[in-house]
Design a binder for this molecule. Structure first.
Ligand code: C2E
Ligand code: MG
Ligand code: MG
Ligand code: MG
Length: 284
């Protein structure tokens, strides 16, 4: 009996594995034409400045609406794009779309809104990136200082010398640079100090327990002290409750982002999303 059950389980895993492989191959194939078919779009999540208590910027987060599979997460398809050269095509689409949409939004609502866009580790290795960023900015009319590029800690540490060189180049064009998902990689303070960064985003895993755990609070306090000592602005990711927001404000965190303040939403819904975030930034 055990044998039959064992065989059934093998067959079950076999089916699951085959379905996963099938999905992978399908998505990988369809991703090639997703940009041209207009299936990619950016969701925007508000970022609140905790000194002015107002929304100061938005982060553009990539979404793929697949005709059969529905919304596919960037965590699933970005790695696929990185496996091929597609990441460059998608990456430049993200950049030009983000700066264009936010430039239009600023003009329409007469608002000094900043935009953050995420870079892949592969884009950091592309010598044409700084010019592509410059071209996107010129095409949109967005001032360079209103754009901030986010690079994950692990992407920066993948090849620190190449990254340092690229960041210097990008800085020359006047864009700001942020280290994303801080705390999940293994960078040393010495390595970080070499990089021309403007801000540091504390990964949401550190924010999660901040309202209930003294250890968590102590950890975030020390990350913030370190960042401020080297003149980096601090942004907390994954703020889901008013209690977390209150702690962050008490600790002197500069900016906050998370579901409590606002979820990533289509640009058409951004005015309402920003209004709610502005309200929640004041009322705790
Ligand atoms: P990220 O840049 O660290 O973005 C934050 C992620 O946390 C987003 O997931 C966001 O929706 C989610 N998030 C925001 N607030 C909360 C919260 O309060 N609670 C929880 N549980 N989650 C929250 P998303 O949109 O699925 O993106 C995942 C990752 O995919 C991003 O992490 C980023 O690394 C990558 N990504 C997104 N867009 C792009 C892009 O245009 N290019 C590249 N290369 N990567 C991108
Ligand atoms: Mg990010
Ligand atoms: Mg992050
Ligand atoms: Mg992340």
């Amino acid at each position: 009996e055990a044998k039959t059950r064992g065989r059934g389980r093998v067959a079950f895993f076999d089916v699951q594995l085959r379905e996963r492989l099938q999905r992978y191959l399908e998505l990988e194939q369809d991703l090639r034409s997703a940009v041209d078919r207009g299936e990619l779009w950016l969701a925007y999540q508000p970022i609140v400045n905790l000194h002015s208590n107002r929304v100061s910027g938005v982060e553009g987060l990539l979404r793929w609406t697949h005709p059969e599979h529905g919304t596919v997460s960037p965590e699933e398809f970005i790695p696929m794009a990185e496996e091929s050269d597609l990441i460059h095509h998608i990456g430049s689409w993200v950049l030009s779309t983000a700066v264009q949409q936010v430039a239009e939004y600023r003009a329409r609502f007469d608002l000094d809104l900043r935009v953050k866009a995420n870079l892949s580790v592969r884009q950091l290795e592309d010598p044409g990136l700084p010019e592509a960023v410059d071209r996107a900015l010129r095409g949109s009319g967005l001032p360079a200082r209103a754009l901030s590029l986010e690079i994950t800690e692990s992407a920066l540490m993948h090849d620190p010398d190449t990254a340092a060189h690229m960041l210097d180049e990008l800085r020359r064009y006047g864009v700001r640079l942020a280290i994303d998902d801080f705390g999940t990689g293994y960078s040393s303070l010495a390595q970080l100090l070499r990089l021309p960064l403007d801000s540091l985003k504390i990964d949401r895993s550190f924010i999660n327990d901040i309202a209930h755990s003294h250890d968590s609070e102590a950890l975030v306090t020390s990350i913030m002290a370190m960042a401020h000592a080297v003149d980096l602005g601090v942004i907390a990711e994954g703020v889901e409750t008013p209690a977390q927001l209150a702690v962050l404000r008490r600790l002197g965190c500069d900016q906050a982002q998370g579901y409590y303040l606002g979820r990533p939403s289509p640009i058409q819904e951004l005015p309402g999303t920003i209004e709610v975030a502005n309200r929640r930034a004041i009322i705790e």
